[in-house]
Design a protein around this ligand. Structure first.
Ligand code: C2O
Ligand code: CU
Ligand code: CU
Length: 471
């Protein structure tokens, strides 16, 4: 490179770093929903990214049986000449997709080959607290076998570590994977269900990479990956496809969009199918939330491409690589599932949860997380109304994705207002904005010790979490 280029690069680097510092400092003081848009910054220019635009989207291996996970250290070559240190399950980054069928039991063994303790939490599985994966710590060199009894509706869930003080870093370093649950209903609807062909797992994460090309926790998130890859391309036929989207970010609310106008429906939320396909033009997900989309690609021609964008920047490409058979037909189902009516809830027990963040300290109802304390006791088999709100901290108020383990819930209201259409479905994570109260109706059908927390993982680790026992 000539001297002029070097000077230019150096200048860009300085401007870039200054930008990063400013934006990162703003991070704690403004509404995260607006300030997470990373399109305003450029990635650092020092390291040359390996341009891999023709790389296929990695499709994690599909496991439909008992399985042994090895949580291990690894490395990925995202940048020219740099090995980025990562972690994965049975691989360098992320882990296989688990496919569970309702009514079956699965024995899952986790071996910890890392040098620090870990757990595996099944986010979205309605299983008892003794296998939920928060309090079942696995020391380095040890393993644990858990039996997962699957009895819940078809949906997309995911798994990730949940050890005290190490959740955020282990997720950021790469430990996470998708779970697909099928039941008789979901399999009878004729939805696209060829894994990796027209039923596509997409785990979106934005990492913070430092100028040595390494993952760091407390920096601005500047590097978008999908299924562990930088701007990969999904190649499909011109048919209807189903996208299972996990917002696997540590702390970024994401606006997902296509570069083309495509007929798109939301067909599932966190814990189940929606009642009908819901036509949508806009999709915001908070960390921990999932949706399934149906996208009509039948109008596209072979060779056509579009992009899937996260917060207005390109995250991946989709390319039509083949024609469907001339006898291809797909009929959009008119009904998918039955969402229970919310009946008379006036006699139910009501609990309040106020999410507080002031500077560095985080708490719920004024109490930072205490691993030795049980904050709430709940009677097994009951329904309750939980009212979740954000503490009033003036300038510092922000939104928080509130997640409850071991249950699925319905949103009753947001400050009395009707919630977004797609939020009528079954959920386990809900974004609560400042100055609103979200009321949820939860059914406690599994027993044991669980947690509820903010799914911004740095908030969770700084204390925005509580323990409840269902008995
Ligand atoms: Cu996705 Cu408590 O976690
Ligand atoms: Cu969870
Ligand atoms: Cu939070």
């Amino acid at each position: 490179m000539d001297n002029k280029t070097k000077v230019m690069l150096a200048l860009l680097l300085v401007v870039g770093i200054a930008g990063l510092v400013i934006i990162y400092n703003l991070n704690d003081s403004v509404d995260e929903r607006s300030n997470v848009r990373p399109s305003t910054i450029e990635r650092e220019v020092e390291k040359e990214e390996v341009v891999q635009y023709d790389d296929d989207l990695p499709i994690p291996q599909l496991i439909e049986d008992d399985y042994t996970f090895i949580a291990q250290n690894g490395g990925v070559d995202w940048f020219e000449g740099v090995r980025t240190v990562t972690r994965g399950y049975n691989g360098n980054i992320l882990g296989p997709t688990l496919k569970f069928t309702r009514g079956k039991d699965y024995n899952v063994t986790i071996k910890n080959e890392m040098e620090e303790e870990t757990t595996v939490h099944w986010h979205g599985l309605l299983v008892d607290g003794d296998v939920d994966g928060v309090f079942q710590v696995i020391d380095p060199g040890y393993g644990l076998t858990q039996k997962l009894e699957i009895d819940q509706e078809a949906s997309t869930a995911w798994y990730h570590p949940h050890p005290m003080h190490k959740t955020a870093s282990q997720v950021m370093e790469g430990l996470a994977g998708m779970i697909i649950i099928e039941d008789d209903n979901s399999m009878s609807l004729g939805l696209p269900s060829e894994y990796g062909v027209n039923d596509i797992p997409l785990v979106f994460q934005r990492k913070a990479i430092d100028d040595r090309g390494q993952i760091v926790l407390d920096e601005y998130r500047n590097f978008q990956i999908v299924n562990g890859a930088d701007n990969p391309t999904l190649r499909v036929k011109n048919e209807w496809i189903r996208l299972r989207i996990v917002n696997g970010n540590n702390d970024e609310i994401t606006d997902y969009s296509f570069s083309k106008d495509l007929e798109t429906y939301i067909i599932a939320t966190d814990n189940g199918l929606t009642s009908t396909p819901l036509r949508t033009e806009q999709l915001f997900l908070a960390p921990g939330e999932r949706v399934e989309l149906l996208v009509n690609l039948t109008e596209l021609n072979v060779g056509e491409k579009f992009t899937i964008n996260t917060n207005d920047t390109e995250a991946m490409k989709v390319e039509i690589k083949g024609e469907v058979d001339s006898n291809y037909s797909f009929k959009l189902p008119t009904s998918l599932s039955t969402i229970p009516e919310i009946g008379d809830i006036s006699d139910l027990k009501v609990r309040q949860f106020e999410l507080d963040s002031s500077g560095m300290s985080m708490s719920i109802n004024g109490e930072p997380y205490d691993i030795d304390k049980v904050n709430e006791y709940i009677e097994l088999g009951t329904q309750e109304v939980w009212e979740v709100s954000v503490g009033d901290l003036g300038m510092h108020s922000t939104s928080h994705p509130f997640h409850v383990h071991g249950v699925t819930f319905q949103i009753i209201s947001r400050d009395g207002e009707r919630y977004e259409d797609w939020e009528q479905g079954m959920k386990d994570t809900v974004l609560v904005s400042s100055e609103e109260k979200v009321r949820i109706l939860a059914t406690f059908n599994n027993k044991g010790k669980y947690v509820y927390h903010c799914h911004f993982l740095n908030h969770e680790e700084r204390g925005m979490m509580g323990t409840f026992v269902v008995q």
